[in-house]
Write a protein that binds this ligand. Structure first.
Ligand code: XIL
Length: 328
């Protein structure tokens, strides 16, 4: 039985990030994206590194390819990410003045959001702006944007995105909102504070994106997550799961055991969130274990292939997919 007024059956768009080289090379990958995704996110092609390799021009080739694919298939799109401290071309990392950084940031966001106006419905406006272990009085991550613009970079980015597409849904995206501990609790508070401050200034912000790169060997802070959802609700903010995958580097080698553990972790995580606030989207950071950033970033000691995603390396659905399907 559902609580009155909660339309728990409302389907959630489920989808994946799409990596361009794989997308071009592997027809089975394209087929899986088509078959399993209601929503697609260009994994790297809307990052500065891809778009702004040359300072003088924008290169939309990769993003355009994935956007066109999603449009052909009637899939929604998320844009990732308009401001990030990483994946910057060298010239952007070498900026030296406040005026230059603000001019480049506003020009970048205006150009990119305007190009996909009415087509990319949701944007990760800022990505990973919160300090990993926040110190008292130092909530923001040390990036070129923070160094040159201070905490105002968040506000500048959201203003520029809203001006370029007033109908776009604008999201603050970040990682680790789900582990127990004071550092993570501080990160949740900072995310809420950043959004509250934008709202107080009349700058639109519609949601918080939880990357949700979940560690299979670490516990979830269920109370913390539930409370986070309550606080989001008070601010009238949505939640989106934006980069879901399971880091299984410390789990035993047996594949079936790992797949069960991953599915159960994802189930517990999504249930804690959706029982309080139903996500507007659930996006995994890739689809098949054949291709994932986890292989390079979190390699296993035994050299076995990581199993972070809902399809196995041969594109067969794993237990994690059944968990996601409950929300469609
Ligand atoms: C990763 C991609 O998956 C890789 O292909 C790329 O080489 C580096 O970036 N948090 C984010 C994502 O917000 O953009 C990152 O994506 C993974 C961590």
């Amino acid at each position: 039985a559902q609580a009155a007024g909660v339309s728990a059956a409302r389907p959630i768009p489920i989808g994946s990030a799409a990596q361009i080289e794989t997308f071009r090379a592997d027809p089975r990958y394209r087929e899986a994206l088509k078959r399993y995704c209601d929503v697609i996110v260009p994994m790297n092609d809307l990052k500065w590194e891809a778009l702004r390799h040359d300072r003088a021009r924008f290169d939309f080739s990769g993003a355009d390819e994935i956007v066109a694919f999603a449009e052909r298939n009637g899939q929604a799109l998320r844009g990732h990410a308009l401001l990030w401290g990483e994946a910057l071309p060298p010239w952007a990392r070498d900026m030296t003045s406040r005026a230059e950084a603000e001019r480049e940031l506003v020009e970048h966001i205006s150009t990119v959001v305007d190009r996909y106006k009415g087509r990319i419905a949701t944007w990760d406006v800022v990505n990973e702006v919160i300090r990993f272990e926040p110190l008292p009085g130092e909530p923001m991550r040390d990036t070129i944007w923070q160094r040159l613009l201070g905490p105002a970079h968040v506000e500048i980015a959201f203003r520029a995105a809203a001006a370029a597409d007033p109908k776009a849904r604008l999201v603050l995206n970040d990682f680790n909102f789900e582990e127990p501990g004071a550092g993570t609790a501080a990160r949740r508070r900072i995310a809420l504070d950043l959004c509250r401050r934008l709202k107080d200034k009349g700058i639109p912000v519609h949601g918080i994106g939880m990357q949700a790169h979940l560690y299979a060997d670490r516990p979830l802070d269920i109370d913390g997550l539930e409370n986070f959802m309550v606080e989001l609700g008070k601010l009238d903010l949505d939640v989106e799961i934006t980069e879901l995958d399971v880091i299984d580097w410390k789990l035993p080698a047996d594949a079936a055991t790992r797949d069960r553990a991953a599915a159960s972790l994802v189930g517990t995580f999504l249930n804690a969130i959706a029982s309080v606030r139903r996500p507007k989207a659930i996006v995994t950071w890739g689809l098949s274990d054949r291709y994932s950033w986890i292989h390079e970033t979190f390699p296993r000691q035994d050299k076995a292939r990581a199993r972070p995603l809902p399809l196995d390396a041969d594109f067969r659905p794993k237990p994690m997919m059944a968990v996601l399907d409950r929300y469609r």
